[in-house]
Design a binder for this molecule. Structure first.
Ligand code: ADP
Ligand code: SF4
Length: 680
């Protein structure tokens, strides 16, 4: 039963001529499927509608070939041929009673037009972002007129595709916002005063309405604060004023802050609802519904924002990825079933990888169509087989949970006195606390399943495991950090002087800490090196972080954290050195080679922490496989880090995949091919 204090979230909302069935609004988000994999895209959006989101938006949908973001996988409405893939999504969304929205966009300053080779257009002559060696041509009046025509034509097509809500995108990368920003230095009636700078957005709203016709609603996604200091648009002055100038023109305002990295910060750097200070006062300048985001997973926070008059609708991208059924679960009072986003931004990294969306918490994300996976439903067991899962990290927990959901009899054995494996340990490192949600959700679900038995403090040997008598053994025994220096830069063990203490992240996470002058060597390049450096700095060590890469935590460019990581380390007093690969250690120093010049150098140290690579804990697997001859009926498999160490999302996926495909002789893997007949 739902708590009445959350009833407010299930009130309807009038959006122009349309009614949203509740206050849950899936804001536009990239997904790596887009226009290239339209069936996968449609299935993913359809499941969100099934899960109760009242409005489901596409991602960025380009209105014209001169606004081309290729090779990023997004949407486009350049001609009528682009209508059918989007119509698929609309159908999937409508099937579950939700409204479908399209994010019409024109990416000024980001449009290198690598596919179409059109000359990029924008408010002013300026280099395109992303260091592409080309510039945008400043638009003249005829360009603006053309843009309005292209936009209207795209709106007409969007309507033909069946969309209900046509969104005018005024995000950081788009032309509407680039005109509004005080950084627009035009001297005609589209530059100068704020009234002039909002002119283009006003005209875009007007042509969108003309193109969409009476039945459609028109929404605007706009940056309320550019987070660019006095040179950028600021909420307190021109941000709110811009909205008041156009207050009643659109049917809904969807407001965001800064660039994508500010709009979607990771939990390492921002808590839930971090945008609220920017939203204060918006509702006093417009009577139209206001949507805001803030990685909302708490129904209390959501209801409070509505009740206090800050927002009218709860916008969400990541929470809807981690749990497409979030609204339904609140509606049914099943709060503990919400699979809360952990704020890791692995989902964002799949956009940059240009492949199907993936999520640490929700392993079915992006696999709805091609593998036929559903976040809330799974095929029933095919037999009465029993399964022993060894290891309760993310892979083991997810494997046991999903097998249990299917109805198999599962025993989960864990060596430690705690569940969660690496997420329990890593979750105690600075900024990673929310990652423990990976464990918490799974443990909560496991406790509801009568066919699961969990044994903590059970360190199973090969003999114990075989004697247990299960039909299937799944090893999820994880991995350990290497102590020999092997990683991406070094292929064989490095010469280490035993007089210099060597630590790994495992030592640090288990409370064995170095002291004094500590070198942290990061040849892993994701979060661990920087997080260990931060932890040791907080513990009072004088820390130098050294990496062979050109940048600190270089993978975190893909999770939008890179700049914040460096800033935080700087604030913590960590010295950062790039381009140096470790050669070995002496009794009180580490030796490095500059990867650019080949020059050697020495770094004085009291200890070194090696963050290089991990070794699978595969000993048990090897012993079992060699001893299986005695018990040929037992099947043995391994999942997660004990097969091949990777990031947490991969372990969850691996455990889930095993459970999905267990005793299924022909698991699905569909691909979307280009139809040459149709193309011809
Ligand atoms: P993954 O990310 O693949 O889930 P983790 O390292 O997080 O891997 O988790 C592996 C878990 O397996 C750890 O909690 C570890 O204590 C447990 N484990 C390892 N070997 C055994 C064993 N022989 N018996 C029981 N549990 C084990
Ligand atoms: Fe949230 Fe991480 Fe999933 Fe993205 S990948 S939705 S940030 S849990």
């Amino acid at each position: 039963m739902r708590d009445p204090r959350f009833d407010i979230l299930f009130e309807t909302v009038q959006i122009g001529p349309l009614v949203a069935r509740n206050r849950f609004y899936q804001t536009p988000h990239c997904n790596g499927m887009g226009n290239l994999r339209p069936q996968a895209h449609a299935a993913m959006r359809g499941i969100k509608a099934e899960g109760g989101w009242a409005v489901i938006n596409t991602e960025h949908c380009s209105v014209h070939p001169s606004g081309d973001l290729m090779p990023e996988v997004l949407q486009m409405l350049w001609d009528d041929g682009d209508i059918p893939p989007l119509a698929l999504m609309v159908e999937a969304v409508h099937e579950h009673g939700s409204l479908a929205g399209v994010q019409l966009a024109y990416p000024a300053y980001y449009n290198a037009n690598r596919l179409t080779r059109e000359v990029p257009l924008g408010p002013m002559d300026r280099p395109v972002s992303g260091n592409h060696p080309m510039q945008v041509r400043g638009m003249d009046k005829s360009d603006i007129k053309n843009l309005l025509g292209w936009w209207k034509a795209a709106a007409v097509r969007a309507r033909k595709a069946g969309f209900d809500v046509l969104n005018v995108d005024g995000n950081f990368s788009t032309i509407a916002f680039q005109f509004i920003s005080p950084r627009n230095q035009r001297t005609d009636e589209y530059g100068g005063s704020l009234k002039n700078r909002v002119r283009l957005l006003r005209e875009l709203i007007e042509v969108t309405r003309e193109g969409g016709g009476d039945g459609c609603a028109v929404s605007v996604r706009l940056i309320i604060d550019e987070l660019f200091g006095p040179e950028g648009l600021r909420a307190a002055d021109e941000g709110i004023e811009a909205i008041s100038l156009l207050a009643e023109l659109p049917d809904l305002w969807d407001l965001v802050v800064g660039t994508w990295a500010d709009d979607s910060p990771t939990s390492r750097f921002a808590a839930e609802n971090d945008h609220e200070p920017f939203m204060v006062g918006i509702k006093s300048v417009t009577s139209k519904p206001v949507v805001g985001v803030g990685r909302f997973t708490s129904p209390d926070t959501m209801a409070s924002l509505i009740r206090r008059g800050v927002l009218d609708m709860i916008g969400a991208a990541r929470p809807s990825i981690a749990d497409p059924f979030l609204p339904k679960k609140i509606e049914e009072g099943r709060y503990e079933d919400i699979r809360e986003c952990i704020g890791c931004n692995i989902c964002v990294s799949s956009h940059f990888a240009m492949t199907n969306l993936r999520c640490t918490q929700n392993p079915t994300m992006g696999e709805e169509w091609r593998r036929g996976w559903h976040p809330e439903k799974i095929a029933l067991a095919k037999s009465r087989s029993s399964v022993l899962v060894v290891g309760a990290g993310p892979a083991g927990l997810e494997c046991a949970r999903a097998l249990g959901e299917r109805g198999y009899k599962v025993t989960l054995a864990e060596r430690e006195g705690f569940l969660g494996g690496r997420v329990t340990l890593e979750g105690k490192l600075p900024g990673l606390g929310e990652w423990q949600r990976v464990r918490d959700w799974r443990v909560t679900q496991l406790q509801k399943l009568p066919n699961i038995e969990i044994y903590k403090g059970s360190d199973l040997s090969a003999a114990d495991t075989l004697e247990f008598g299960s039909d299937q053994i799944v090893l999820a025994t994880g991995a350990r950090w290497r102590r020999d220096g092997v990683g991406r830069a070094a292929h064989k063990a490095l010469p280490f002087d035993t007089a210099l203490p060597i630590f790994t992240p495992d030592d640090v996470m288990r409370g064995s800490l170095p002291g004094g002058n500590v070198t942290v060597y990061d040849d892993d390049h994701y979060y661990m090196g920087a997080v260990i450096a931060e932890k040791l700095a907080l513990e009072g060590c004088k820390v130098t972080l050294v990496t062979p890469a050109a940048d600190i935590s270089s993978f975190t460019v893909n999770t939008l954290e890179n700049i914040r990581v460096a800033k935080r380390l700087f604030e913590r007093g960590v010295t950062m050195i790039t381009h140096r690969s470790l050669l070995g250690t002496g009794s009180s120093s580490a030796r490095f080679m500059d990867v650019r010049t080949g020059e050697n150098s020495e770094q004085r140290a009291d200890a070194i922490v090696l963050v290089t690579a991990r070794l699978p804990n595969s000993e048990l697997y090897s012993q079992l496989v060699s001893g299986i001859a005695e018990k040929p009926s037992i099947r043995i498999s391994r999942v997660g880090d004990c097969e091949a160490p990777a990031a947490i999302f991969a372990a969850v996926y691996s455990g889930h995949r095993f459970a999905q495909e267990f005793e299924d002789s022909s698991p699905l893997l569909r691909r979307e091919r280009i139809d040459l007949k149709a193309a011809g």
